[in-house]
Write a protein that binds this ligand. Structure first.
Ligand code: SF4
Ligand code: SF4
Length: 256
């Protein structure tokens, strides 16, 4: 078994960066962000208090979990701009980006799992999306929550995770039974509303009023809007997405 944390991290980061730069997709991307955190990071337990008591721990995915990898694949700015035209309907480019990036994350995680297996390392993941409870709409393994635990970003008023490359993109994560050089990223505020109250753009851009100043998302309203878009884009695949709240000043960078 390869036990060199830096060599294992190199395999992981190279796989992610290469897969994104060589992706055969219509969607274009900016450079992915990657963070590593220990599986016994106490913040994983906090997710059971903050998200759902059923939130899985890394050890639920892999009994001998040692480390967790979180990564963010940011969309190119033109994908974001495409979604600002029609006030209600998601743009076809955004719908396509959602479908293509979910598939890309699946490809990346399987490639990492297989490559690490050749090194004697076990790894596990859950799909990039559609892993939530159909009634509560809560995920038992939330890739966004895992990204916050790993220090990759912080939640904004839009209930999305704002990273240093913004919030317009998709997150993936996986758990493995080997040590990594942990990134120890410090938490910091990236949402202007929480910082100084100077922005509420995500609230204004939501076509169904699902976001509220009290830092609350009406998940059912949001989900209905996503399903409406899905019905309009059946020819593309499963595009149950909207993303109007990911087009503000925090879309492609941290505004703070
Ligand atoms: S649009 Fe403004 S208020 Fe909403 S999450 Fe982004 S920075 Fe925060
Ligand atoms: S995804 Fe769309 S419906 Fe859901 S909160 Fe954001 S803007 Fe509103």
């Amino acid at each position: 078994m390869n036990t060199n944390p830096f060599a294992i991290a190199e395999i992981i980061s190279t796989t992610i960066l290469q897969a994104v730069s060589e992706s055969n997709t219509q969607t274009e991307y900016r450079r992915p962000l990657i963070a590593y955190t220990p599986a016994d990071n106490p913040l994983f337990n906090r997710l059971r208090e903050l998200v759902t008591p059923q939130h899985m721990l890394p050890q639920d995915l892999l009994p001998d979990a040692v480390s967790v990898v979180s990564f963010f694949i940011p969309f190119a700015p033109w994908v974001v701009i495409s979604n600002t035209g029609d006030k209600e309907k998601a743009s076809p480019e955004w719908a396509k980006a959602y479908i293509e990036t979910n598939a890309l994350i699946g490809h990346i995680t399987m490639q990492i799992i297989n490559t690490l297996a050749e090194q004697g390392i076990q790894a596990a993941t859950v799909p990039a999306t559609h892993n939530f409870d159909p009634v509560t709409l809560i995920s038992k393994w939330g890739h966004k929550s895992v990204a916050v635990v790993a220090g990759l970003g912080s939640f904004g008023l839009n209930q999305l995770v704002i990273t240093d490359a913004g919030c317009a993109g998709r997150f993936g994560s996986l758990v493995l039974n080997a040590e990594l050089p942990y990134t120890n990223l410090k938490p910091r505020q990236r949402c202007l509303y929480f910082y100084d109250g100077s922005c509420q753009e995500c609230i204004w851009s939501c076509p169904v009023g699902a976001l509220h100043q009290e830092n609350y998302l009406d998940k059912q309203l949001c989900w209905q809007q996503c399903q409406k878009n899905e019905r309009g884009y059946l020819y593309l695949g499963k595009a149950d997405v909207c993303g109007k709240c990911s087009t503000g000043p925090c879309a492609c960078e941290s505004p703070i």
